[in-house]
Write a protein that binds this ligand. Structure first.
Ligand code: BES
Ligand code: MN
Ligand code: MN
Length: 462
């Protein structure tokens, strides 16, 4: 197994150039103008899985974008690892804030990445992290060291709610059967402090529309005499939190899992510098729910955030107008036991209730999903922990993340298997933001660590 290091050295340049080629294709699932690019990316993944030594690679049609299924089954009696990842990416906007074009990957050095990082949309989320698995497989098959069976399932709609995957999974339970699901689509604390993600938050995403008068009005002739939908919407949004930053929706916290003081004390042991955190974001203070630390606020507590708000005149100069409508997109991050459908309903009822006279309110639910917690007292976690210890020289810290991969809860429900989240990204990778990047060190470290997980997982299972 020590040869993974030499294999990486020998293939370093090719591993980078192959990933760069993948990053050049704008596989933006949210925007139908990029449909051909999304499909082209799927074809590229198929080819790379074939080259990496899979016996069977299928481009599975769905009502939406295709899902790539691949496998290499060496012995039915050995364990099977199912690797999941996504080949779609977020839209690059706002494009002006990128220092280099989002789909022209370039390598640049940064303070955190003295050996360079690849700057491109999707480099960390998730093309780069997904591709580590394909390269790790290539290493294992080409050196005859694959210790167990492996299946791949790579989708193209993760960033828009995984609808087609939710359709695909229940229809292919037998085909997808596995002993553990392995995903690299999260982060770790830092390159010196490896961590394994043990929790993901759930999500409820809604869009709201506030309608006032039947047309846009002159803000002098009508101003002050009719409800202004933008004023009203702002006020309604402000009302969704109280002075302690608790969410005011009745019933919102009813099912929230409360951690014991022991669990919270354990969490607080994870290395974290509030000063460095503030500095990295250029903020002079953090903000959030009273009674909780920053790391608690962004992992074990539910949240409500406006993701976008619009209405009225936003062009150059000034236009005096009262818009007929105002809109906002709102996400709620949920924690274990909160049901996303129930929360969506609670939001809708509450938002309609707090609307003043003179406006009409419409709440449209978007996608959502349940949260997930990975147990750490099982073979899969132990195998992952040993793998990190082998390649980082340190035992990784279990840490819950604030992000969401809603499909993970569905995997457990449909496939009855647990998921291990071996993410090699950093919070500073700027995923979903301008200048997304992925450290070359992280990319190679991921490829190095994955085969060890295969080995230890197989050994611990026998
Ligand atoms: N890879 C992210 C999720 C993530 C990132 C989890 C970092 C933990 C740490 C994923 O692609 C993502 O962006 N998920 C969305 C939800 C999805 C339904 C659009 C999210 O968390 O906003
Ligand atoms: Mn992702
Ligand atoms: Mn994402």
């Amino acid at each position: 197994m020590n040869t993974i290091k030499s294999y990486l050295q020998e293939n370093n340049d090719r591993f980078l150039s192959e990933l760069m080629a993948l990053l050049k294709v704008p596989s933006i699932s949210a925007d139908s103008a990029y449909k051909n690019d999304v499909i082209k990316t799927a074809d590229m993944i198929v080819e790379s899985l074939e080259k990496a030594g899979c016996d069977k690679v299928e481009l599975c049609e769905t009502p939406g974008y295709p899902i790539i299924y691949a496998e290499k089954i060496i012995d039915k009696d050995l364990p099977t690892i199912l690797v999941y990842g996504h080949y779609d990416v977020q839209p690059p906007d706002p494009i002006d804030l990128w220092d280099s074009p989002p789909f022209e990957p370039v390598i640049k050095k940064t303070d955190l990445h003295p050996e360079g990082a690849i700057f491109a949309r999707g480099s960390s989320d998730d093309k780069g992290q997904m591709y580590m698995h394909i390269k790790a497989l290539e290493y294992m098959t080409s050196t005859d060291q694959l210790p167990c069976n492996v299946k791949f399932m790579i989708e193209g709609e993760e960033e828009v709610g995984s609808e087609s995957l939710a359709w695909f999974v229940p229809r292919n339970v037998e085909k997808l059967s596995n002993d553990v699901i392995l995903i690299s689509d999260t982060g770790m604390i830092s390159n010196n402090i490896p961590s394994i993600t043990t929790g993901l938050r759930g999500l409820s995403y809604v869009e709201v529309e506030v309608t006032g008068p039947n047309r846009d009005l002159h803000s002098g002739i009508y101003g002050g005499a009719v409800a202004n939908p933008i004023n009203v919407l702002s006020k309604m949004i402000a009302e969704l939190h109280d002075e302690n930053n608790h969410i005011t929706i009745p019933g919102f916290y009813d099912k929230v899992e409360e951690l014991s003081s022991e669990e919270r004390a354990e969490m607080a042991k994870a290395p974290f510098s509030l000063d460095a955190y503030k500095k990295s974001l250029d903020i002079d203070a953090v903000y959030g729910e009273k009674g909780f630390t920053t790391n608690e606020r962004n992992s074990i507590r539910p949240t409500l955030d406006v993701n976008g708000i619009w209405g009225g005149y936003t062009g150059e100069g000034a236009k005096t107008v009262i818009a007929s409508k105002a809109y906002a997109k709102i996400s709620m991050r949920l924690v274990p036991h909160q049901d996303w459908n129930e929360i969506t309903q609670l939001f809708k009822t509450h938002f309609e209730n707090i609307a003043p006279e003179g406006v009409k309110v419409k709440v449209t639910p978007h996608h959502g999903g349940q949260g997930y917690v990975t147990p750490i007292d099982n073979i899969a976690y132990q195998a992952a922990s040993k793998a990190y210890e082998k390649t980082f020289g340190k035992v990784p810290i279990p840490q819950r993340s604030g992000g969401s991969i809603p499909i993970v809860a569905l995997f457990e429900q449909e496939l009855k298997s647990k998921t291990i989240l071996m993410g090699f990204g950093l919070n500073s990778d700027a995923i979903h933001s301008p200048n997304e990047h992925f450290g070359i060190w992280n990319y190679l470290k991921g490829i190095e660590t994955i085969p060890w997980f295969y080995k230890y997982f197989t050994e611990l299972n026998s």
